[in-house]
Design a protein around this ligand. Structure first.
Ligand SMILES: Cc1cc2nc3c(=O)[nH]c(=O)nc-3n(C[C@H](O)[C@H](O)[C@H](O)COP(=O)(O)OP(=O)(O)OC[C@H]3O[C@@H](n4cnc5c(N)ncnc54)[C@H](O)[C@@H]3O)c2cc1C
Length: 224
């Protein structure tokens, strides 16, 4: 395992080279990190028994590694096999004059590599903490820590953030200055935003247990 910092520019490799819609690509690692930090659900693509499967799962990260976790029984978390992980944020529908020019405003990241199973107990605990904190900052310290048995039942995978790509689209439809601009049809963007709702207490909760501040303060705030 290496902890060397990664370069500020994303590498252009055979796998990460944008071939289509290149103008939407970016080589800025800071942009990759912003996309990863804006979400907590990714899609893990892996080939199992010769067939691709794509598994939605949560993640956390540090500067160097993307961490994924799950049951030791999970075949998609076997490790030591090539994987591709994507994180996607949809910012709106791009409604053009022609159906052909319709699109999506988005921010997306793709990470390629071979994930390793984390066996070092210290890194495993630190990775699980990152994962928990990524989705709910403040929750690792608030909730009960994992027991030895729970840790043994959990697989943690680490995927290097070295070989990754970014693509984004923003703004108006592309046919505002083409022949279709004269059709007299409405065109524009329908924005999409997700927000956190009010915390709903577990009905099994005894009276008098208040919503902790780190959860309460997220209500009404934007996600993504
Ligand atoms: C929400 C959403 C909806 C989309 N809808 C469509 C659609 O309907 N039709 C369509 O053609 N395209 C769509 N795209 C764009 C799509 O993801 C691809 O970028 C595009 O189709 C080119 O695919 P390709 O296999 O030819 O990529 P290539 O250019 O051959 O891909 C080469 C490499 O570029 C990188 N790359 C490619 N796409 C992305 C990406 N989205 N994010 C990060 N890295 C990337 C990867 O590292 C990949 O291995 C959508 C994207 C998003 C996020």
């Amino acid at each position: 395992m290496t902890s060397e910092p990664l370069p500020p520019a994303l590498p252009v490799t055979d796998r990460t080279r944008h071939r289509r819609l290149r103008e939407q690509g970016s080589l800025d690692r800071a942009e990759l990190e912003a996309i990863l930090d804006a979400g907590f659900v990714c899609h893990l693509g892996v080939v199992l028994d010769g067939r691709p499967v794509v598994v939605p799962t949560v993640y956390g990260r540090d500067e160097r590694w993307l961490y994924l976790h799950g049951s030791v029984a999970s075949r998609s978390l076997a490790g030591d096999t090539p994987v591709c992980v994507t994180v996607t944020h949809v910012d709106g529908l791009v409604l053009a004059r022609s159906v052909f020019e319709h699109g999506v405003n988005y921010r997306s990241a793709m990470v390629h590599g071979t994930a390793r199973k984390v066996t070092d107990p210290e890194e495993k605990l630190a990775g699980l903490r990152l994962l928990t904190e990524h989705a709910t900052p403040g929750q690792w310290a608030y909730a009960r820590q994992p027991s030895r048995k729970e840790l043994a039942a959990t697989t943690l995978l680490a995927l290097s953030l070295e070989e990754a790509s970014v693509k984004t689209r923003s703004g108006a439809p592309d046919d505002g200055d083409g022949p279709d601009a004269g059709l007299g049809l409405w065109a524009g963007v329908l924005p999409l935003a997700a927000a956190w709702g009010e915390p709903a207490a577990d009905p099994a909760l005894p009276a008098g247990i208040a919503v902790p501040e780190h959860i309460a303060r997220r209500a009404g705030t934007r996600h993504g």
